[in-house]
Write a protein that binds this ligand. Structure first.
Ligand code: AHR
Length: 486
Protein backbone atom coordinates (compact mmCIF):
# COMPACT_ATOMS: atom_id res chain seq x y z
CA UNK A 1 0.00 0.00 0.00
CA UNK A 2 1.34 3.53 -0.72
CA UNK A 3 2.64 5.09 2.48
CA UNK A 4 3.21 8.65 3.63
CA UNK A 5 5.26 9.12 6.81
CA UNK A 6 5.33 12.34 8.78
CA UNK A 7 7.57 13.51 11.59
CA UNK A 8 6.79 16.98 12.93
CA UNK A 9 10.50 17.43 13.70
CA UNK A 10 11.42 17.04 10.02
CA UNK A 11 10.59 20.61 9.07
CA UNK A 12 11.54 22.40 5.86
CA UNK A 13 10.84 26.04 6.82
CA UNK A 14 7.99 28.29 7.91
CA UNK A 15 5.46 28.67 5.11
CA UNK A 16 5.20 32.30 4.08
CA UNK A 17 1.47 33.07 3.75
CA UNK A 18 2.38 35.30 0.79
CA UNK A 19 2.53 32.13 -1.37
CA UNK A 20 -1.27 32.26 -1.45
CA UNK A 21 -1.33 35.40 -3.62
CA UNK A 22 -3.21 36.26 -6.75
CA UNK A 23 -2.95 38.68 -9.64
CA UNK A 24 -5.25 41.17 -11.38
CA UNK A 25 -4.20 42.76 -14.65
CA UNK A 26 -5.81 45.29 -16.96
CA UNK A 27 -6.50 42.56 -19.47
CA UNK A 28 -9.75 41.20 -20.87
CA UNK A 29 -12.48 41.54 -18.23
CA UNK A 30 -10.26 40.99 -15.21
CA UNK A 31 -10.49 44.55 -13.89
CA UNK A 32 -13.40 46.07 -15.83
CA UNK A 33 -16.28 43.58 -15.49
CA UNK A 34 -14.35 41.42 -13.02
CA UNK A 35 -13.28 43.16 -9.84
CA UNK A 36 -14.77 46.53 -10.87
CA UNK A 37 -18.16 47.00 -12.48
CA UNK A 38 -19.79 50.28 -11.44
CA UNK A 39 -23.53 50.39 -11.99
CA UNK A 40 -23.95 46.63 -11.66
CA UNK A 41 -26.55 45.39 -9.22
CA UNK A 42 -23.84 43.03 -7.98
CA UNK A 43 -21.44 45.87 -7.09
CA UNK A 44 -21.15 48.06 -4.02
CA UNK A 45 -21.23 51.85 -4.18
CA UNK A 46 -17.51 51.97 -5.02
CA UNK A 47 -18.13 49.78 -8.06
CA UNK A 48 -16.49 46.66 -6.58
CA UNK A 49 -18.23 43.39 -7.43
CA UNK A 50 -19.37 42.10 -4.03
CA UNK A 51 -19.58 38.50 -5.20
CA UNK A 52 -16.00 38.61 -6.47
CA UNK A 53 -14.82 40.15 -3.20
CA UNK A 54 -16.52 37.35 -1.31
CA UNK A 55 -14.83 34.65 -3.37
CA UNK A 56 -11.46 36.40 -3.10
CA UNK A 57 -11.87 36.13 0.68
CA UNK A 58 -12.76 32.45 0.30
CA UNK A 59 -9.45 31.91 -1.49
CA UNK A 60 -7.57 33.46 1.48
CA UNK A 61 -5.72 35.67 -1.00
CA UNK A 62 -2.82 37.08 0.99
CA UNK A 63 -1.49 39.53 -1.61
CA UNK A 64 -2.56 40.79 -5.02
CA UNK A 65 -0.20 41.77 -7.80
CA UNK A 66 -1.33 44.68 -10.02
CA UNK A 67 -1.57 46.28 -12.65
CA UNK A 68 0.27 43.75 -14.85
CA UNK A 69 1.58 41.65 -16.47
CA UNK A 70 2.37 42.91 -19.92
CA UNK A 71 0.01 45.84 -19.34
CA UNK A 72 2.34 47.48 -16.83
CA UNK A 73 5.12 47.98 -19.38
CA UNK A 74 3.11 50.77 -21.02
CA UNK A 75 1.26 52.04 -17.93
CA UNK A 76 1.74 55.50 -16.48
CA UNK A 77 0.23 55.50 -13.01
CA UNK A 78 -0.51 59.25 -13.04
CA UNK A 79 -3.16 58.56 -15.71
CA UNK A 80 -5.11 56.59 -13.11
CA UNK A 81 -5.32 59.06 -10.19
CA UNK A 82 -7.40 62.17 -9.57
CA UNK A 83 -10.97 62.95 -10.69
CA UNK A 84 -12.24 60.08 -12.81
CA UNK A 85 -13.79 62.29 -15.46
CA UNK A 86 -10.43 63.97 -16.10
CA UNK A 87 -8.44 60.76 -16.55
CA UNK A 88 -7.16 60.16 -20.08
CA UNK A 89 -8.19 57.24 -22.26
CA UNK A 90 -5.03 55.68 -23.67
CA UNK A 91 -4.13 53.34 -26.47
CA UNK A 92 -3.08 50.20 -24.66
CA UNK A 93 -0.31 48.57 -26.67
CA UNK A 94 0.22 45.32 -24.78
CA UNK A 95 -3.28 43.96 -25.43
CA UNK A 96 -4.41 46.43 -28.13
CA UNK A 97 -7.44 47.95 -26.45
CA UNK A 98 -8.41 51.34 -25.01
CA UNK A 99 -7.54 51.79 -21.33
CA UNK A 100 -10.08 54.10 -19.65
CA UNK A 101 -8.03 54.54 -16.45
CA UNK A 102 -11.09 54.40 -14.22
CA UNK A 103 -9.45 51.89 -11.91
CA UNK A 104 -6.09 53.21 -10.70
CA UNK A 105 -3.89 53.22 -7.62
CA UNK A 106 -6.48 54.58 -5.16
CA UNK A 107 -9.15 52.15 -6.36
CA UNK A 108 -6.67 49.25 -6.17
CA UNK A 109 -5.70 50.07 -2.59
CA UNK A 110 -9.34 50.49 -1.59
CA UNK A 111 -10.18 47.15 -3.19
CA UNK A 112 -7.26 45.45 -1.38
CA UNK A 113 -8.54 46.86 1.91
CA UNK A 114 -12.03 45.64 1.15
CA UNK A 115 -10.77 42.05 0.66
CA UNK A 116 -8.52 42.51 2.86
CA UNK A 117 -5.22 41.60 1.22
CA UNK A 118 -1.76 43.04 0.79
CA UNK A 119 -1.11 45.14 -2.33
CA UNK A 120 1.83 44.22 -4.59
CA UNK A 121 2.49 46.90 -7.22
CA UNK A 122 4.62 46.20 -10.26
CA UNK A 123 6.26 49.30 -11.79
CA UNK A 124 6.71 50.10 -15.46
CA UNK A 125 10.25 49.25 -16.57
CA UNK A 126 9.23 49.08 -20.24
CA UNK A 127 8.29 52.60 -21.30
CA UNK A 128 8.44 54.01 -17.76
CA UNK A 129 11.08 56.21 -16.19
CA UNK A 130 12.91 55.92 -12.89
CA UNK A 131 11.38 59.20 -11.64
CA UNK A 132 7.92 57.83 -12.30
CA UNK A 133 8.57 54.70 -10.23
CA UNK A 134 10.07 56.80 -7.43
CA UNK A 135 7.04 59.12 -7.53
CA UNK A 136 4.68 56.12 -7.32
CA UNK A 137 6.36 54.96 -4.08
CA UNK A 138 6.18 58.53 -2.77
CA UNK A 139 2.49 58.79 -3.72
CA UNK A 140 1.66 55.55 -1.92
CA UNK A 141 3.96 55.67 1.08
CA UNK A 142 5.16 59.28 1.50
CA UNK A 143 4.62 60.71 4.99
CA UNK A 144 6.19 64.12 4.53
CA UNK A 145 5.11 67.40 3.01
CA UNK A 146 6.21 66.51 -0.54
CA UNK A 147 4.56 66.82 -3.94
CA UNK A 148 3.37 63.25 -4.56
CA UNK A 149 2.44 62.55 -0.93
CA UNK A 150 0.41 65.76 -1.08
CA UNK A 151 -1.19 64.66 -4.33
CA UNK A 152 -2.43 61.52 -2.55
CA UNK A 153 -3.81 63.71 0.26
CA UNK A 154 -5.44 66.00 -2.30
CA UNK A 155 -7.09 62.90 -3.80
CA UNK A 156 -8.68 62.20 -0.43
CA UNK A 157 -6.20 59.81 1.20
CA UNK A 158 -4.57 61.47 4.20
CA UNK A 159 -2.77 58.39 5.51
CA UNK A 160 0.08 56.71 3.61
CA UNK A 161 -0.84 53.37 2.07
CA UNK A 162 2.33 51.62 3.24
CA UNK A 163 2.63 49.41 0.15
CA UNK A 164 5.47 46.99 0.92
CA UNK A 165 5.76 44.81 -2.19
CA UNK A 166 7.09 46.44 -5.38
CA UNK A 167 7.98 44.60 -8.57
CA UNK A 168 10.69 45.98 -10.85
CA UNK A 169 9.05 45.40 -14.22
CA UNK A 170 7.30 42.46 -15.83
CA UNK A 171 8.85 39.84 -18.14
CA UNK A 172 11.33 42.45 -19.38
CA UNK A 173 13.32 39.75 -21.17
CA UNK A 174 10.45 38.89 -23.52
CA UNK A 175 10.39 40.33 -27.03
CA UNK A 176 6.60 40.76 -26.69
CA UNK A 177 7.12 43.19 -23.84
CA UNK A 178 6.89 46.95 -24.42
CA UNK A 179 10.48 48.08 -23.88
CA UNK A 180 12.11 44.66 -23.52
CA UNK A 181 15.79 44.74 -22.61
CA UNK A 182 18.92 42.63 -22.45
CA UNK A 183 19.73 41.17 -19.04
CA UNK A 184 22.68 43.54 -18.56
CA UNK A 185 20.67 46.62 -19.44
CA UNK A 186 17.75 45.52 -17.28
CA UNK A 187 19.95 44.77 -14.30
CA UNK A 188 21.69 48.15 -14.58
CA UNK A 189 18.40 50.05 -14.85
CA UNK A 190 16.73 47.98 -12.14
CA UNK A 191 19.58 48.76 -9.76
CA UNK A 192 19.02 52.48 -10.26
CA UNK A 193 15.23 52.15 -9.93
CA UNK A 194 15.75 50.09 -6.78
CA UNK A 195 18.04 52.69 -5.21
CA UNK A 196 15.67 55.61 -5.57
CA UNK A 197 12.63 53.55 -4.60
CA UNK A 198 14.29 52.34 -1.41
CA UNK A 199 15.65 55.82 -0.67
CA UNK A 200 12.04 56.99 -0.85
CA UNK A 201 10.84 54.27 1.52
CA UNK A 202 13.45 51.93 3.03
CA UNK A 203 10.70 49.60 4.31
CA UNK A 204 9.69 48.37 0.86
CA UNK A 205 10.60 44.93 -0.50
CA UNK A 206 11.66 44.69 -4.12
CA UNK A 207 11.01 41.93 -6.62
CA UNK A 208 13.58 41.84 -9.44
CA UNK A 209 12.28 40.64 -12.78
CA UNK A 210 13.48 37.15 -13.61
CA UNK A 211 12.71 34.81 -16.44
CA UNK A 212 9.32 34.21 -17.94
CA UNK A 213 10.31 30.88 -19.49
CA UNK A 214 12.64 28.03 -18.73
CA UNK A 215 15.11 27.92 -21.62
CA UNK A 216 18.87 28.50 -21.56
CA UNK A 217 18.60 32.26 -22.25
CA UNK A 218 16.16 32.59 -19.39
CA UNK A 219 18.60 30.97 -17.01
CA UNK A 220 21.36 33.34 -18.16
CA UNK A 221 19.00 36.25 -17.57
CA UNK A 222 18.25 34.96 -14.06
CA UNK A 223 21.94 34.59 -13.26
CA UNK A 224 22.75 38.14 -14.33
CA UNK A 225 19.73 39.60 -12.51
CA UNK A 226 20.61 37.71 -9.33
CA UNK A 227 24.30 38.67 -9.48
CA UNK A 228 23.54 42.37 -9.93
CA UNK A 229 20.46 42.71 -7.76
CA UNK A 230 20.74 40.23 -4.87
CA UNK A 231 22.07 42.95 -2.56
CA UNK A 232 19.15 45.30 -3.07
CA UNK A 233 16.20 43.11 -4.04
CA UNK A 234 14.51 40.68 -1.68
CA UNK A 235 13.05 38.48 -4.43
CA UNK A 236 13.53 37.31 -7.99
CA UNK A 237 10.31 36.93 -9.96
CA UNK A 238 9.78 33.80 -12.07
CA UNK A 239 6.78 32.73 -14.16
CA UNK A 240 5.52 29.41 -15.47
CA UNK A 241 2.45 28.39 -17.45
CA UNK A 242 1.76 24.82 -18.54
CA UNK A 243 -0.83 23.08 -20.67
CA UNK A 244 -1.88 19.70 -22.00
CA UNK A 245 -2.38 20.84 -25.59
CA UNK A 246 -0.76 17.59 -26.80
CA UNK A 247 -3.44 15.69 -24.84
CA UNK A 248 -0.91 13.43 -23.14
CA UNK A 249 -2.12 12.80 -19.60
CA UNK A 250 1.10 11.13 -18.39
CA UNK A 251 3.25 14.03 -19.55
CA UNK A 252 0.89 16.58 -18.07
CA UNK A 253 0.83 14.78 -14.74
CA UNK A 254 4.64 14.93 -14.75
CA UNK A 255 4.48 18.73 -14.45
CA UNK A 256 5.77 18.46 -10.88
CA UNK A 257 9.22 17.58 -12.25
CA UNK A 258 9.14 20.66 -14.50
CA UNK A 259 8.25 22.97 -11.59
CA UNK A 260 10.74 21.39 -9.18
CA UNK A 261 13.58 21.51 -11.72
CA UNK A 262 12.89 25.18 -12.39
CA UNK A 263 12.82 26.10 -8.71
CA UNK A 264 15.94 23.97 -8.16
CA UNK A 265 17.82 25.70 -10.98
CA UNK A 266 16.97 29.18 -9.68
CA UNK A 267 17.85 28.09 -6.15
CA UNK A 268 21.26 26.98 -7.46
CA UNK A 269 21.83 30.27 -9.25
CA UNK A 270 21.05 32.18 -6.08
CA UNK A 271 23.40 30.01 -4.04
CA UNK A 272 26.17 30.34 -6.65
CA UNK A 273 25.86 34.07 -7.11
CA UNK A 274 26.07 34.79 -3.41
CA UNK A 275 28.48 31.99 -2.40
CA UNK A 276 31.46 34.30 -1.93
CA UNK A 277 29.59 36.19 0.80
CA UNK A 278 29.94 33.23 3.14
CA UNK A 279 26.30 33.44 4.03
CA UNK A 280 23.07 32.09 2.64
CA UNK A 281 21.48 34.19 -0.07
CA UNK A 282 18.73 36.32 1.39
CA UNK A 283 17.11 36.56 -2.03
CA UNK A 284 13.94 34.49 -2.34
CA UNK A 285 11.76 33.38 -5.22
CA UNK A 286 8.59 35.25 -6.06
CA UNK A 287 6.66 32.81 -8.30
CA UNK A 288 4.41 35.68 -9.29
CA UNK A 289 2.68 34.15 -12.29
CA UNK A 290 1.78 30.45 -12.34
CA UNK A 291 -1.10 28.49 -13.71
CA UNK A 292 -2.32 26.11 -16.35
CA UNK A 293 -2.90 27.97 -19.63
CA UNK A 294 -4.77 25.49 -21.81
CA UNK A 295 -5.44 25.95 -25.50
CA UNK A 296 -8.73 24.73 -26.92
CA UNK A 297 -12.12 26.02 -25.89
CA UNK A 298 -12.30 29.67 -24.88
CA UNK A 299 -15.26 31.58 -23.48
CA UNK A 300 -13.47 34.88 -24.14
CA UNK A 301 -10.03 35.51 -25.65
CA UNK A 302 -8.20 35.06 -22.33
CA UNK A 303 -10.75 32.81 -20.67
CA UNK A 304 -10.06 29.08 -21.12
CA UNK A 305 -12.29 26.37 -19.71
CA UNK A 306 -10.41 24.51 -16.99
CA UNK A 307 -10.65 20.78 -16.37
CA UNK A 308 -10.01 18.52 -13.41
CA UNK A 309 -6.50 17.71 -14.71
CA UNK A 310 -5.71 21.46 -14.65
CA UNK A 311 -6.85 21.53 -11.01
CA UNK A 312 -4.34 18.75 -10.25
CA UNK A 313 -1.61 20.82 -11.91
CA UNK A 314 -2.49 23.85 -9.76
CA UNK A 315 -2.22 21.52 -6.76
CA UNK A 316 1.24 20.49 -8.03
CA UNK A 317 2.39 24.14 -8.13
CA UNK A 318 1.18 24.74 -4.57
CA UNK A 319 2.72 21.50 -3.31
CA UNK A 320 6.03 22.48 -4.87
CA UNK A 321 5.88 25.91 -3.18
CA UNK A 322 5.28 24.24 0.20
CA UNK A 323 8.07 21.69 -0.38
CA UNK A 324 10.36 24.62 -1.23
CA UNK A 325 9.06 26.87 1.53
CA UNK A 326 12.58 27.95 2.44
CA UNK A 327 13.00 29.74 -0.91
CA UNK A 328 9.56 30.28 -2.47
CA UNK A 329 8.11 32.90 -0.18
CA UNK A 330 5.78 34.80 -2.50
CA UNK A 331 3.54 33.50 -5.29
CA UNK A 332 0.61 34.66 -7.39
CA UNK A 333 -1.82 32.61 -9.37
CA UNK A 334 -2.41 34.29 -12.74
CA UNK A 335 -5.11 35.57 -12.66
CA UNK A 336 -8.04 35.97 -10.22
CA UNK A 337 -11.09 36.60 -12.39
CA UNK A 338 -12.05 36.35 -16.08
CA UNK A 339 -8.44 35.95 -17.31
CA UNK A 340 -6.99 32.42 -16.85
CA UNK A 341 -9.39 32.45 -13.95
CA UNK A 342 -10.57 30.35 -11.05
CA UNK A 343 -13.56 32.76 -10.99
CA UNK A 344 -15.70 33.69 -13.99
CA UNK A 345 -17.80 36.81 -13.37
CA UNK A 346 -20.56 37.63 -15.82
CA UNK A 347 -22.95 40.57 -15.50
CA UNK A 348 -25.52 38.25 -13.91
CA UNK A 349 -23.50 35.79 -11.90
CA UNK A 350 -20.47 33.68 -11.26
CA UNK A 351 -18.93 30.32 -11.99
CA UNK A 352 -16.15 28.59 -10.09
CA UNK A 353 -13.73 26.75 -12.35
CA UNK A 354 -11.93 23.57 -11.30
CA UNK A 355 -8.70 25.40 -10.40
CA UNK A 356 -10.50 27.37 -7.68
CA UNK A 357 -10.73 24.41 -5.35
CA UNK A 358 -7.12 23.25 -4.80
CA UNK A 359 -6.12 26.87 -4.16
CA UNK A 360 -9.01 27.41 -1.76
CA UNK A 361 -8.28 24.27 0.23
CA UNK A 362 -4.49 24.51 0.34
CA UNK A 363 -4.53 28.25 1.16
CA UNK A 364 -6.99 27.79 4.02
CA UNK A 365 -6.14 24.48 5.61
CA UNK A 366 -2.36 24.42 5.91
CA UNK A 367 -0.28 25.04 8.98
CA UNK A 368 2.56 27.48 9.50
CA UNK A 369 5.54 25.13 8.99
CA UNK A 370 6.29 22.95 5.96
CA UNK A 371 7.09 19.32 6.74
CA UNK A 372 9.31 16.99 4.77
CA UNK A 373 6.91 14.11 4.12
CA UNK A 374 8.32 10.71 3.13
CA UNK A 375 6.29 9.18 0.32
CA UNK A 376 6.46 5.61 -0.94
CA UNK A 377 4.26 4.73 -3.92
CA UNK A 378 4.38 3.25 -7.40
CA UNK A 379 5.41 5.19 -10.51
CA UNK A 380 4.08 5.46 -14.03
CA UNK A 381 6.03 6.21 -17.20
CA UNK A 382 5.81 9.53 -18.99
CA UNK A 383 7.64 10.21 -22.27
CA UNK A 384 8.79 13.61 -21.15
CA UNK A 385 9.71 13.06 -17.50
CA UNK A 386 10.39 9.33 -17.21
CA UNK A 387 9.11 7.79 -13.98
CA UNK A 388 6.46 9.86 -12.20
CA UNK A 389 5.13 8.78 -8.78
CA UNK A 390 1.37 8.38 -8.63
CA UNK A 391 1.21 10.58 -5.55
CA UNK A 392 2.30 14.20 -5.27
CA UNK A 393 2.39 15.24 -1.63
CA UNK A 394 3.21 18.21 0.58
CA UNK A 395 2.61 18.56 4.29
CA UNK A 396 2.54 21.15 7.03
CA UNK A 397 2.22 21.51 10.77
CA UNK A 398 0.54 24.08 12.93
CA UNK A 399 2.29 23.67 16.30
CA UNK A 400 0.01 26.20 18.03
CA UNK A 401 -3.16 24.37 17.04
CA UNK A 402 -1.59 20.88 17.08
CA UNK A 403 -2.76 20.10 13.55
CA UNK A 404 -1.03 18.50 10.59
CA UNK A 405 -2.18 18.91 7.01
CA UNK A 406 -1.46 16.67 4.05
CA UNK A 407 -2.00 17.88 0.49
CA UNK A 408 -2.21 14.73 -1.63
CA UNK A 409 -2.69 14.47 -5.37
CA UNK A 410 -3.65 11.09 -6.79
CA UNK A 411 -2.61 11.19 -10.47
CA UNK A 412 -4.02 7.76 -11.18
CA UNK A 413 -7.07 8.43 -13.31
CA UNK A 414 -8.80 5.11 -12.73
CA UNK A 415 -7.77 3.83 -9.32
CA UNK A 416 -8.91 5.03 -5.89
CA UNK A 417 -5.70 4.72 -3.91
CA UNK A 418 -5.80 3.54 -0.29
CA UNK A 419 -2.90 5.33 1.39
CA UNK A 420 -1.38 4.59 4.77
CA UNK A 421 -0.46 7.74 6.70
CA UNK A 422 1.98 7.25 9.57
CA UNK A 423 3.08 9.71 12.22
CA UNK A 424 6.12 9.24 14.40
CA UNK A 425 6.79 10.23 17.04
CA UNK A 426 3.41 11.44 18.29
CA UNK A 427 -0.05 10.27 17.38
CA UNK A 428 -3.26 11.33 15.73
CA UNK A 429 -5.72 12.32 18.42
CA UNK A 430 -9.02 12.81 16.70
CA UNK A 431 -10.85 12.31 13.47
CA UNK A 432 -9.33 13.59 10.23
CA UNK A 433 -11.19 15.98 7.97
CA UNK A 434 -10.71 15.22 4.30
CA UNK A 435 -11.61 17.49 1.39
CA UNK A 436 -11.49 15.83 -2.03
CA UNK A 437 -11.45 17.88 -5.25
CA UNK A 438 -12.90 15.43 -7.73
CA UNK A 439 -14.97 14.93 -10.86
CA UNK A 440 -15.80 12.40 -13.49
CA UNK A 441 -12.32 12.00 -15.01
CA UNK A 442 -9.49 14.34 -16.03
CA UNK A 443 -11.54 16.28 -18.59
CA UNK A 444 -14.43 17.10 -16.21
CA UNK A 445 -15.19 20.81 -16.25
CA UNK A 446 -17.70 23.18 -14.73
CA UNK A 447 -20.12 25.08 -16.95
CA UNK A 448 -22.86 27.58 -16.22
CA UNK A 449 -25.36 24.78 -16.92
CA UNK A 450 -23.47 22.17 -14.88
CA UNK A 451 -21.49 24.12 -12.27
CA UNK A 452 -20.69 21.16 -9.99
CA UNK A 453 -18.98 18.69 -12.31
CA UNK A 454 -15.74 19.43 -10.48
CA UNK A 455 -16.46 19.94 -6.83
CA UNK A 456 -15.29 19.40 -3.26
CA UNK A 457 -16.52 16.47 -1.18
CA UNK A 458 -15.88 16.72 2.54
CA UNK A 459 -15.53 13.60 4.71
CA UNK A 460 -14.58 12.82 8.25
CA UNK A 461 -12.45 9.71 8.83
CA UNK A 462 -11.24 7.87 11.91
CA UNK A 463 -7.66 8.76 12.85
CA UNK A 464 -6.30 7.85 16.25
CA UNK A 465 -2.96 6.33 17.13
CA UNK A 466 0.13 6.28 14.93
CA UNK A 467 -1.39 5.17 11.63
CA UNK A 468 -4.45 5.74 9.60
CA UNK A 469 -5.59 4.74 6.13
CA UNK A 470 -7.34 7.11 3.75
CA UNK A 471 -8.65 6.56 0.26
CA UNK A 472 -7.80 9.07 -2.46
CA UNK A 473 -10.31 9.15 -5.33
CA UNK A 474 -8.91 8.74 -8.86
CA UNK A 475 -7.60 11.95 -10.42
CA UNK A 476 -8.11 14.06 -7.32
CA UNK A 477 -6.58 16.57 -4.93
CA UNK A 478 -7.16 15.76 -1.26
CA UNK A 479 -6.43 18.06 1.64
CA UNK A 480 -6.53 16.25 4.95
CA UNK A 481 -6.26 17.93 8.33
CA UNK A 482 -5.86 16.01 11.54
CA UNK A 483 -5.16 16.88 15.19
CA UNK A 484 -1.92 15.45 16.63
CA UNK A 485 -0.20 15.19 20.01
CA UNK A 486 3.28 14.30 21.22
O1 AHR B 1 -1.10 36.47 -17.25
C1 AHR B 1 -1.16 36.78 -18.62
C2 AHR B 1 0.17 37.30 -19.17
O2 AHR B 1 1.10 36.27 -19.16
C3 AHR B 1 0.82 38.42 -18.39
O3 AHR B 1 0.37 39.67 -18.78
C4 AHR B 1 2.27 38.26 -18.76
O4 AHR B 1 3.13 38.72 -17.74
C5 AHR B 1 2.42 36.79 -19.05
O5 AHR B 1 3.12 36.55 -20.20
Amino acid sequence: MPTIALDTRRTIAPIDPLIYGNFIEHLGRCIYGGVYEPGSKLSDKRGFRKDVLKLTRRLNVTNVRWPGGNFVSGYHWMDGVGPREARPKRMELAWHVVEPNQFGTDEFIEWCRAVPTEPFICVNMGSGAMDEAQAWVEYCNGKEDTHYANLRRQNGHAEPYGVKLWGLGNEVSGGWQIGSKTAERYAQDALEFAKVMKWTDPAIKLIACGSCMQNAEDMTWNRIAIEKLADICEYLSIHMYVNNNENNYANYMGTTAHIERFIGAVRGLMAGATYHRQGASRMKISFDEYNAWPGGERLEPHLPVYTLEDALVVGMFLNAFIRNADIVTLANMAQLVNVLPPIIARPNGLLLQSIFFPLELIANLNGTVALDAWVDCEDFESERYGKVPYLDVSASHDPDKSLVTLNMINRDKSYAAPVKVELGPGKFTDRATLHHVLGDGPKAQNTFKEPDNVTVVKLVADATGRKTTVELPPCSVTVMRVPVAG
